[in-house]
Structures are given as C-alpha cells and as structure tokens.
Design a protein around this ligand. Structure first.
Ligand code: SF4
Length: 177
C-alpha cells in the first residue's frame, strides 16, 4: 500500500500525445475564434435546435464540448435562449411537430442572424425525406446560410462549416453581416 502511494506521488501523469486530428481541430478552433472576433468583435453564440433528428448529429455536436475539443475555452458557446444567439444550428429533418418551434426560435433571435443546417437530414431531409411527417431540410422553412454535410458530420466538419460561415462575405440584403 505504501509503495502504491509512493508511486502515485512520484510517477509522471499518464497522458497521451494528441493525435493529429485533435491538433487540427485545435487549429480550427483558434481560426474560428479569430474569425468571430473579426466579424462580431466577440465570440460566437450558438442556439441548437433538433428539428427531428435521430440524435446522431447531437452526439457529434456534444463532442465539441468534451475535453478534446473544449469549444468553450475559446469563448464559443451554446446558449439556452435564442435571444442570445448569433447562429441557429439545425439538426435533423424538419418534422411537422417541430416546425412551429423552429420558426419561433428563429423569430426570437435578434438580427442579424445566421442559420446553419448540420447533417444530411437538415440539409435536404436525408433518410427521412420521403416521410409524410417531415417537411424536408431546414432550407424548406428557413433561409439557410451554410449546410454541413455528413451523417453525422464529425466535430471537425462542424468547425469547418462554422468557419466557412464566418468567412463568407457580408450579405447586406438579409443579415447585414
Ligand atoms: S444526418 Fe444522420 S446522424 Fe444526423 S440526424 Fe440524419 S440520420 Fe441522424
């Protein structure tokens, strides 16, 4: 027992070197934060709405908050209220049950605002496109600014999509950004 305690005190922490994928993600997060500061003068606030997904996309989005990606260390954050959000991140096909809630969330966001469709279902209805309970992708009911393909998209895919959004030239017609 004493030896075990001694080992615990003297041994170096058992940590692994970050694999390349994570290093690339950290670089993406840095770029995203810089792009948000340039565009908004502050970090990006994201409101996510699951419009009817299988939860596969949510698992990947949730991974952005895990210790590997740790989105919030760069100030990027998911917010609970649409009134604090810059971006509406939509997952899943738009089901008839979620249609009104999705529109109300978008309407509650202050302008200027962006809409991002994450995952094949949010892009075009995906696997559920033919279902009578679905209305199609987010673009069928909202003005989508960026689509992120994948079933589900990986965390780096999501970061690249958000980065592409912030690097787009401003569109004064609708968003003014
Ligand atoms: S894109 Fe794939 S993972 Fe995402 S909601 Fe659709 S079926 Fe699920």
């Amino acid at each position: 027992m004493r030896q075990m305690l001694l080992q615990g005190l003297l041994r170096r922490p058992l940590t692994e070197k970050l694999p390349d994928a994570e290093t690339e993600s950290v670089a993406l997060l840095h770029e995203l934060d810089i792009a948000a500061q340039r565009r908004l003068g502050r970090s990006l606030a994201i409101r996510m709405v699951d419009a009817g997904s299988c939860n596969g996309c949510e698992l990947e989005i949730q991974a952005l908050g895990n210790p590997f990606y740790d989105l919030e260390r760069f100030g990027l954050r998911f917010v609970a209220s649409p009134r604090h959000a810059d971006v509406l991140l939509v997952t899943g096909p738009v089901t008839r049950n979620m249609h009104a809630a999705l529109l109300r969330t978008h309407a509650a966001m202050p302008s200027p605002k962006w809409v991002v469709a994450a995952g094949g279902c949010a892009c075009n209805g995906g696997l559920f496109a033919a279902s009578p309970h679905c209305m199609g992708g987010a673009g069928a009911v909202l003005p989508v600014d960026v689509t992120i393909a994948g079933c589900p998209p990986t965390p780096p895919d999501l970061l690249r999509g958000l980065l592409a959004l912030l690097r787009r030239p401003p569109v004064s017609r609708r968003t003014g950004r």
